[in-house]
Design a protein around this ligand. Sequence first.
Ligand code: MTE
Ligand code: MO
Length: 548
Amino acid sequence: MTRLRIRTTWGWASLAGVVAAAAFLAVSEAVAALVSRGTSPLIAVGSFVIDIVPRPLKEFAISTFGTADKPVLLASLAVAVVIAAAVIGIVETVRPLWGIVLFAIAAALATAAVVTRADAGALAGVACVAGGAVGIAMLLLLTRRLRRWKLAAAAAPAATSPVEGARDGASVGSVPRPPSPERRPKPAPSDVQMDRRGFFILTGIVAASAVVVGLGARALNATTASIRQIRDALRLPSPKTTVPVPQGAELDIDGISPLFTPNADFYRVDTALTVPSVDPNTWRLVIDGMVDKRVELSFDDLIALGLDEYVITLTCVSNEVGGDLVGNARWLGVPVRTVLAAAGVQSGADMVLSRSVDGFTASTPIESLTDPGVDAIFAVAMNGEPLPLEHGFPVRMVVPGLYGYVSATKWVEELKVTTFAADTAYWTPRGYSERAPIKFSSRVDTPKIGKPVAAGKVPIAGMAWAQGVGISAVEVSIDNGEWQRATLSSPVNKDTWVQWVLEWDATPGSHYIAVRAINAAGELQIEEPAPIAPDGSSGWQRTLVTVS
Ligand SMILES: Nc1nc2c(c(=O)[nH]1)N[C@H]1C(S)=C(S)[C@@H](COP(=O)(O)O)O[C@H]1N2
Ligand SMILES: [Mo]
């Protein structure tokens, strides 16, 4: 590689380094907004540095700057980052690839700092790695451009830039002379000028994009973080009623799903690119459409209606037979019918279109929301805590017996009482049915396919659900043998899944296991397989177990 002299390039080279670093931070922050919801690599690295600052220095900072110690430390960190980025830019310009190596080391250190933060998690590390890759690409791009310009300038000192031209000739403020073609033979933009312009344009574009993306993502992450704090500080009143869990509701079997799905393990399905940040203090629920009077409720208004506990198993239409897009939780909420009654549903309405702050809509048959026998609720708590942000904070709907996409609107803000003829929900034009009751189903949790078990007594166990009706039996067939009745856990209610188990004397070899449920209405689970679209999968799960 041709050598460039630092003296002629250091300024622009520093700029290239700083802009590449800005791209790194912006992309990290943006990816963090998408994948790790509110955790910020920037803040994580800052906190990490604060944590590792030696105690004497920390004490010096506190005694010198008082409560401003953290901003001062962060500002020093920012200055350090700018200096390091500038040095990397210079190194990469005069010694190509060495700057990249330094940049990669810095990005790796930042990633390590981020993933070791307890509150950031591995996904924030992914954000850092993505940012690092983009930063390196930008550093490469910008310094290559800069080298092209500077090398061309060094090779052609005569075809010089206007700045240098001004130095040897016309002085500022002098009367412009008409250009004389004899003395100035090259008025068209030279290669040097083109390369110079190329570098400036590219630097400008990358810098502007980094600022826009970075600030946008930072704002988004900051909002999410502040809503998270509001949620953490929220104290909900105790429910008026709770749901008793009967003896024997939970079987003690290795590998079976727990009766209540912990929030952290609860499946999440939504169309939201980033989790909506909804402040309960400004949130409003509007009931409008075919109603006698439009109703608007604040979060406090809703809570003031009184909370009751419900246990309802939620299921996604995208759940394949044997799949895990199903979960069970204790919810605290208010019946939807109470709120609809306050608005007064007009005759002729057959559907409620619920709308989320993010534009998602669900079409729920009105009887599922008004029937006193169906516990359709506005839920505000899940398993003993306010709804997690990703599960619809501050308020979502939960309707037993209907797939989530036609009922379980998260971050709900409006219920429009309407008709199926007049309104269409989000998934309806996208290949899914406008009505979608849950097809009751059963699944094997253990033994798992690909996980051999030892011969002898082996429990075959799993879950079964028939929301709104209940499960009356689960049957298992081994190697196409007779259907045997499994033992069921005591159901909490008809809307909740049950566990089942069949003790099996496993003999070495491969065995087929099939499972099917019978609901409390005496109907047999549909045997005919169906894909998830348009209204949910069906079929009996058949799985293969290896016994050694
Ligand atoms: N706002 C909004 N609510 C939504 C969805 C969505 O995409 N956006 N998806 C629905 C679907 S398809 C399902 S299965 C459930 C999933 O709820 P969960 O993510 O809390 O498990 O939410 C429903 N509510
Ligand atoms: Mo779903």
